[in-house]
Design a protein around this ligand. Sequence first.
Ligand SMILES: [Zn+2]
Length: 415
Amino acid sequence: MGEILDLAERAWQGSYDKHWHPSGAREEIAPGLFFLNTFANVSVACTAAGLVLVDTGSHIGRSQTFEAVRHCDRGPVFPTVYTHGHVDHAFGLPPFLAEAREKNWQRMRIIGHKNVGPRFDRYRATSGYNAAINTRQFGVPVPWPTEFDYPNITYDESFRLDAGGSPFELHHARGETDDHTWIFWPERKVLFTGDQFIWVTPNAGNPQKVQRYAADWAQSLRRMSECGAEVLVPGHGLPIFGGRRVRQALDETAHWLEHLLRETLERMNAGLPLDLILHEVKPPAELADRPYLQPVYDEPEFVVRNIWRLYGGWYDGTPSHLKPAPEAQLGREVASLAGGVRALVARARELAALGDLKLASHLADWAVAAAPDDRDSHAARAEIYAARTQGERALMTRGVFNAAARDSSQKSSRT
Ligand SMILES: [Zn+2]
C-alpha cells in the first residue's frame, strides 16, 4: 500500500487528523493521476493531450509545487483548472508560465468559472483587509498576493474539457465561494470536489469573509454523489477511495448542511430573532462522530449566521442593534451601573473563574471600551480571551480570540 492510500485509510477510520498539516507526499492514486498532498491539494492528470493540472497551490509554496509536479512529469501543461480563486488554490502558476515561455510552448489555457476574475478584482480592492484577517484567522502573518493569473477560458454552468479523447466534466456550484468548479473525470471515475469537501464541517459560516451558500453547497454535494465516482480528491486532506465511501461522505455532508438550513429557515419563518435561533439550532447529532464532520475549522453557529445573512440581511431582530450606541459609551454606562470599571473588571474575572467565559468576555470588552488605556482592564481581557482560545476547537474561533488576547496583553504591559 502506498503512503497516501495508507493515510487515506487511517483518515476514513478516524485515526488521522492531520489534514491541515499535510504530509507533502506525492503518489499516483489512479492510473495517470498524481496527487500532491500539499496544504491545498494539487493534482496532475496525464492525458494524451498533455498534463491537466487541477489547482496550483498557493503563492507562498509555488516553487515547491512546481518541483513536485515536474517530478511527476516534465511535459507541457495542457490546461490548468482552478476549482476556485482562493489564494491557496489559484496562485501557483508563475513558474509554469515562465517555463512555458522559456520552452516556447503554446500559451497555457487557464480554465475557471466566470466569477474567478471578479474575485481577483475584489482581492486587489481589499488587499489590506485580507492580509489582516488572514493573519488573525491563521495566527501567523499571511502576505497577500500581488500577482494574479486570471483564467483565459471561463464558463457559466458547465464545461467539457476534451483532453485527447478523455473528457473532464466541469460543473459550477456556489458553496464555499461563488466561483467553484467541481470536476468529474469519467474515464478514471475520479471526482475533484474543490473546497466543497475538505474533511471538516463545511466552511459555510466564516465570520470574517464574504457570503457562503449553504443550500447550493448541499445541492452540489448531492449531484457529486450521483456521478459514480470511485475516488474523491478533496480541496484539502486525503482522497477517499471506494464508491460507497465517496457517496457516504458527500451525502452526509449534504445532510449536515440541509439540517442547519431547515432548522434556521423554520425559525426565521416563525419570526424568531437571530439571538434565539443561534442558541437553539444545533447540527445533526447522529453525525457527530464522523471524522469528516468535526467542527475544527468553521462552526455550525457561524453557518446559521450566514444562512440568516443570505436570506434575511444583517439586522438581527434586536432593535437596539439597528443603530447602536458607540461601544465606548455603552461600556462607560455599564461600568457606571456596576460601580466603576474596577467593579466591572472584578465581575469579569469572577465569571471567568466560575467558568462562564462568554459572559466574562462581554464585561471585559465593555471595560476596555470604557477605559481603553487601563492596563488592568486589558490584563483581565487578555486572561479571559486566552482561556477562551484554549477552550475552543475551531481554528476560526481560536484565531479571533487569540488575536484579542494578544492585543490586550500588549496594551496591559505598555508603559
Ligand atoms: Zn482551500
